[in-house]
Ligand binder design. Structure first.
Ligand SMILES: *Cc1c(COP(=O)(O)O)cnc(C)c1O
Length: 430
């Protein structure tokens, strides 16, 4: 279990190397493309699901990566999908395996809420009192009683928050915990809505399972009080604890975690075990549900780019590559230096050439187009490929792909049935 989850060595799988080689052969111009390892995605999803405590559910938050092949790979494994727009509803409903789905997010359109009800949404995560009123009107017009969860923005102790806060501070998300009693009353008074639970998605990039466990514990501690606000507490059974499990993007390629670190990546099984004990100790535990995006899909993606030019300017070495942050905005968005794996055209040169730090940039006419700084690489030359792993979540889909009118990169979804190409990659797999 833990073995399967620790995809931290950045050993590029053979099938991905083969797909990169095949793609490159088919390209007239230097390449930039995304490759997704679907068998690895499936194995990772299954391992995450298998680690859950009894009765706890796993939903996939598709905004992390809503490509059809990704949804089709995960849908049979997870318990359902979390969606936040009309476009995501269309993608989820086109999936080959229909799964239950919920609609959440701020600024929901009436048209999307109505469409969601018609297409059989399981529940809405309601973000405000205004949304309660709009949802009631739509449910009444369609003659149905709609289950809802209220999204809470709880007060959180400072030590439990993370880099990207969705709660515990002033944000547009959810209902201030201080106004929760009013919100519960307004749902109770809405004849076509039924309160079934509460939802908290408080953060992103959580790196530490112990901190996340304390965060979940703080929700569970408040759960009886939240529930007691309802006119029918016995109907309020669900606690959706959101996503936000972080990915360690800085763990250097090709290296196993050091002995001091228990794991280079978030210890999901440890979180699940602790949650299981906690729920067992409760007299009336809620049905807990995770809705994970990043930690499900990040590990399966690779962004492969070709070196177009090399130069040293004012003492700093630059590798100018096909593509850039308009295709893979993630490192720029998060302000990190993405790990880079070098696939040399000539393994001999790569062993014996000069080793020096390189700043990896793209084709955009802006100094912000930096994918990674100070990557120590040996014998890099024009025509070599660089591969940026951990590109499966919030990669291409958050990028400003039309900037400078470059063509969009291809996305290649790799499964086991692909043939291996004759690529001299043994040297490159570190
Ligand atoms: C984005 C989002 C998620 C998924 O977050 P990750 O950090 O990708 O796990 C889950 N729930 C809500 C409400 C979100 O907005």
């Amino acid at each position: 279990m833990v073995e399967r989850l620790s995809m931290t060595e950045y050993r590029i799988p053979e099938r991905i190397l083969a797909a990169i080689a095949a793609h490159r052969q088919a390209c007239d111009d230097p390449m930039a493309a995304f490759f997704y390892d679907l068998p690895a995605l499936e194995a990772h999803g299954r391992a995450m699901k298998a680690a859950l405590p009894a009765g706890v559910e796993l939903y996939y938050a598709i905004k992390a990566n809503s490509e059809a092949a990704i949804i089709d790979t995960l849908a049979p494994i997870v318990d359902g999908l979390e969606l936040s727009s009309g476009g995501e509803i269309a993608r989820a409903c086109a999936a080959s395996t229909p799964r239950p789905w919920v609609l959440s997010g701020p600024g929901k359109l009436d048209a999307d809420m109505r469409d969601a009800m018609r297409r059989g949404v399981e529940a809405f995560h309601v973000e405000s009192l205004g949304e309660v009123a709009r949802l009631q009107a739509i449910a009444a017009s369609l003659g149905r009683v709609q289950p809802v969860l209220l999204r809470i923005n709880p007060a959180l102790p400072e030590e439990l928050t993370s880099r990207l806060r969705m709660a515990g501070t002033a944000t547009p998300f959810g209902i201030d915990e201080a106004q929760l009693a009013d919100a519960v009353r307004s749902v109770d008074e809405a004849p076509n809505l039924r309160l079934v639970g509460f939802h908290v998605h408080a953060m992103s990039h959580q790196a530490c399972e112990r901190r996340h466990q304390r965060l979940l514990a703080s929700y569970l501690e408040r759960w009886p009080r939240w529930r007691a606000l309802a006119r029918h507490p016995e109907r309020v059974t669900q606690l959706n604890v959101g996503g936000g499990i972080g990915v360690n993007y800085l763990h250097p390629p090709g290296r196993r975690p050091s002995s001091q670190q228990s794991s280079a990546q978030f210890d999901w099984p440890a979180l699940c075990d602790a949650l299981g004990w906690q729920l067992e100790a409760m007299s009336e535990p809620p049905r807990v549900r995770f809705e994970i995006g990043r930690f499900l899909s990040a590990f399966c993606g690779y962004y492969a780019i070709e070196v177009l030019d090399t130069k040293v300017s004012h003492g700093e070495g630059f590798l100018v590559c096909r593509g850039g942050t308009h295709q893979f905005r993630l490192p720029a968005a998060q302000g990190h230096d993405h790990p880079v794996i070098h696939l040399p055209g000539d393994p001999e040169r790569a062993r014996e050439g000069e080793r020096r730090p390189w700043t990896v940039v793209g084709q955009l006419c802006t100094p912000k187009d930096v994918l990674s700084r100070r990557q120590s690489l040996t014998g890099v030359a024009v025509g070599d490929l660089l591969v940026l792993p951990l590109a499966g979540a919030y990669g291409y889909n958050i990028s400003h792909a039309d900037f400078l009118c470059h063509p969009r990169p291809e996305q290649v979804f790799v499964d086991d049935s692909r043939e291996r190409a004759p690529w001299g990659c043994a040297e490159a797999v570190r």
